[in-house]
Design a protein around this ligand. Structure first.
Ligand SMILES: Nc1ncnc2c1ncn2[C@@H]1O[C@H](COP(=O)(O)OP(=O)(O)OP(=O)(O)O)[C@@H](O)[C@H]1O
Length: 339
């Protein structure tokens, strides 16, 4: 029997396995991932390229491409009527009802969501009309309100712009407007600021924080950037090789990392105050040796063991379980108590 969902949890991913199976290989892109996202909070999923972050988001949205499929586990989602659904068993027809109205997703590249052939006003309006009974004029009025909501200057005239007439930051705002036009309770944001320069990135993060406070939505924020995590997350899940290696509230994670991979990620994140001293001397940035092994060829024990400075013989035996480490966090490192 599945354990019931705590009343403040909107999304509970439990032992999720998303595999890409072909006749020759099985790529276990997500292999036993478990986390909870609470109402009105932001959970960041962080890890290097290939760790399984995007596949986790796409699994929740029902947007996996073949031969990807959910091979096990559950994705419990609480809708606005407080009904709990297991999205792991959903078909495309059920997803179509939920996507946009209850769960929305934004991507790194706004043109993934925007059609170059239609004006932004038409596209946002169409999204609203798809889920709610509104006429053309009302859809346009709501689209304009959304453009203002995401702080697009001179929104009235921008309504009739095509996406290519806008800057990257503005397009990102339009994608957010479209995603939030039906007030979803869950937003999945997959690297939405990665392609933007740092000042625009900070503005988009500010905007998301403000919209979250106003609309009360929960955000699953996928990123490889711990700087962004520090800006936006309440809670953090660190992924490596398709598994969660550590999870903790954001303050705890930055104060004390329980997994050597998280330690390495943090040490590799540029930080001007730490990297240049008062005399202007630069200190070399740490980098984690090697790279994420292909998920079709993970080592038998801890997936991070070949790159880990703290590894001991038992790390090579079997994948360590995710166990409580400290009062709020959990770690998959058998040495976490000593780190
Ligand atoms: N269509 C596919 N067929 C086979 N394997 C896939 C497919 N899509 C993703 N994978 C595999 O799943 C693994 C996880 O990919 P995923 O995109 O989730 O990583 P990520 O952590 O989001 O990295 P990035 O930041 O680069 O997107 C990768 O190793 C990739 O090889």
């Amino acid at each position: 029997m599945t354990e019931p969902l705590a009343s403040d949890v909107i999304l509970s991913v439990r032992d999720l396995k998303t595999w890409f199976v072909t006749r020759r290989v099985t790529a276990k892109a997500v292999d036993g991932v478990t986390f909870d996202l609470k109402r009105g909070r932001t959970l960041a999923v962080v890890g290097e390229s290939g760790s399984g972050k995007s596949v986790t988001g796409l699994s929740i949205m029902g947007l996996l491409s073949r031969p990807g499929r959910i091979a096990g586990g559950s994705i419990l989602f609480r809708d606005r009527q407080e009904r709990v659904h297991d999205l792991a068993g959903f078909g495309q027809r059920q997803f179509r009802k939920l996507r946009g109205s209850e769960i929305a997703m934004i991507f790194q590249e706004p043109m993934t969501s925007l059609n170059p052939l239609f004006t932004v006003g038409d596209q946002i309006g169409e999204m609203i009309a798809l889920h709610e009974l509104v006429d053309h004029r009302e859809a346009r009025r709501r689209a304009l309100a959304m453009l203002k909501h995401v702080e697009i200057p001179d929104a009235e005239s921008r309504l009739d712009d095509y996406p290519h007439q806008m800057s990257g930051g503005m397009r990102q705002r339009v994608m957010i407007a479209m995603a939030l036009s039906c007030s979803p309770s869950l937003l999945i944001a997959d690297e939405p600021t990665t392609a933007l320069d740092v000042t625009i990135q900070a503005q988009i993060l500010d905007l998301l924080r403000r919209l979250q406070a106003e609309m009360g939505m929960s955000i699953l924020f996928i990123t490889h950037n711990l700087g962004v995590v520090a800006e936006i997350a309440h809670d953090v899940v660190v992924m490596y090789g398709g598994r969660v290696v550590e999870q903790a509230p954001v303050n705890d994670l930055f104060a004390h990392q329980r997994h050597p991979y998280t330690k390495g990620l943090l040490a590799s994140t540029p930080n001007a105050a730490r990297d240049i001293d008062a005399a202007g001397q630069r200190h070399a940035l740490h980098s984690i040796p090697g790279s994420v092994p292909p998920i079709t060829d993970l080592p038998p024990g801890c997936a991070f063991e070949p790159r880990c400075d703290f590894a001991i013989a038992p790390c090579r035996a079997a994948p360590p379980p995710l166990v409580p480490a400290g009062p709020h966090g959990a770690s998959r490192c058998i040495r976490s108590a000593e780190l």
